[in-house]
Design a protein around this ligand. Structure first.
Ligand SMILES: [Zn+2]
Length: 123
């Protein structure tokens, strides 16, 4: 298998409902996002996917989050805007743009600090 990764970041505020800890208070993070794409076969040009295409698809997902109060977005109306669910939000939006018979988004990781991250992927 081949796998490529792009990274980007966005800034947003959130508040975790029913969370017993400091994240229950309104606060913000500069999330760092990693998007992984995998596939078994390369295109004719020897690449798995154009990095630019992955970056553009990711940008269309993260610009919905950037400088937002995440709790106010429909997607996070029922579920908490945790790093886990942020990774899932981005995974779903990037994979619907990029996945085809040859390549697939394999994982999205959202880092909420230098030392803590959460990933979403599907079996
Ligand atoms: Zn937080």
């Amino acid at each position: 298998m081949y796998e490529v990764k792009i990274t980007t970041q966005f800034a947003a505020a959130h508040q975790l409902r029913n969370f017993k800890g400091r994240c229950e208070q309104l606060h913000g993070h500069n999330w760092k996002v990693e998007v992984f794409v995998k596939g078994k076969e390369l295109a004719e040009d020897g690449t798995l996917v154009d990095f630019h295409d992955v970056k553009e698809a990711t940008k269309r997902a993260t610009e919905l989050l950037d400088h937002a109060f995440l709790n106010e977005l429909d997607f996070f109306g029922e579920m908490n805007p945790s790093s886990e669910n942020i990774a899932r939000f981005i995974f779903l939006r990037v994979s619907e743009q990029l996945d085809n018979e040859r390549i697939k988004v394999s994982r999205v990781t959202a880092w909420e600090s230098d030392t803590a991250c959460a990933s979403y992927f599907e079996d």
